[in-house]
Design a protein around this ligand. Structure first.
Ligand code: NAD
Length: 251
């Protein structure tokens, strides 16, 4: 219960890493607010969190729309009175192809959600955290936020931008009680990875050779890293990437 009595927000919480983290926040004792664009999946996840014994609220919200993001933070404060932890996780992937074949429309779409959306979330979350004098933010980057990957240029650029936002904002608020870190997953078994493998015409076997642990990660393994970074156990950590990748980027 390392987040007991904390209020925790998750974006992109209707599936994958976000859903697992919303559940993990609840299990760690937090009151959970999570957002997504899919109403039915959101309400189903909210039922799971409540059945496990935590208080929770699902808010339908698109991170690329400023009014939605502002309303999400306002509803969090109106319902639970404060905001202690925020996991900015909503993200999409563009088609998998070399840079010269990528369209400007796909590039703009990835940036509008993965970068602009995350910037908007931080802007409104930090306003609330400044008024409280405390808070912890974790942004979902990727191992693609630290290294290049062929056929993923717009995605990799967006996840490097997440690192830039994380590091700079961490410096802005280090003296004001707000810690800001990133989590950098390797290949994790989610709907996004299913889509990427399908586009590449590949199967999960490719991770046997790429990942030293010989398997994809589970969303719950990212969720535990996020809970740690949001907790007081990480009280002297800010501006850092936490790589959770089965050893993929070590060699
Ligand atoms: P996912 O597709 O299951 O989850 C992405 C979530 O973001 C979905 O719930 C989706 O509805 C939501 N979302 C997308 N656009 C949104 C918007 N405009 N507003 C609100 N919500 C929106 O896949 P996932 O793997 O759980 O991805 C979560 C995050 O993890 C993403 O940022 C992704 O880039 C990152 N990531 C994933 C992997 C992986 O291997 N799965 C690796 C590294 C990083």
């Amino acid at each position: 219960m390392i987040l007991k009595n904390k209020v925790a927000l998750v974006t992109g919480g209707t599936s994958g890493i976000g859903k697992a983290t919303a559940l993990a926040f609840g299990a760690a004792g937090a009151k959970v607010v999570f957002s997504g664009r899919r109403e039915a999946e959101g309400e189903a996840t909210a039922t799971l969190i409540r059945d496990a014994g935590a208080e929770c609220l699902f808010v339908r919200s698109d991170v690329s729309i400023e009014a939605d993001v502002q309303a999400l933070v306002e509803k969090t404060i109106a319902t639970y009175g404060r905001l202690d932890c925020a996991f900015n996780n909503a993200g999409i992937e563009p088609p998998t192809k070399p840079l010269h074949e990528q369209s400007i429309e796909d590039f703009d779409k990835v940036m509008s959600i993965n970068v602009r959306g995350l910037f908007l979330c931080m802007k409104y979350e930090i306003q609330q955290m400044l008024s409280q004098g405390s808070g912890a933010i974790v942004n979902t980057s990727s191992v693609g936020g630290l290294f290049g990957f062929p056929s993923f240029a717009p995605y990799v650029a967006s996840k490097h931008a997440v690192m830039g936002l994380t590091r700079s904002a961490a410096l802005d608020y280090a003296k004001q009680g707000i810690r800001i870190n990133a989590v950098n997953p390797g290949p994790i078994e989610t709907e996004m990875n299913d889509r990427i493998l399908e586009k590449m015409g590949a199967t999960v076997d490719i991770f046997d050779s790429i990942v030293p642990m010989g398997r994809m990660g589970q969303a719950e393994e990212i969720a535990q890293a996020v809970v740690f970074l949001c907790s007081d156990a990480a009280s002297y950590i800010t501006g850092q990437p936490l790589v959770v990748d089965g050893g993929a980027t070590v060699s």
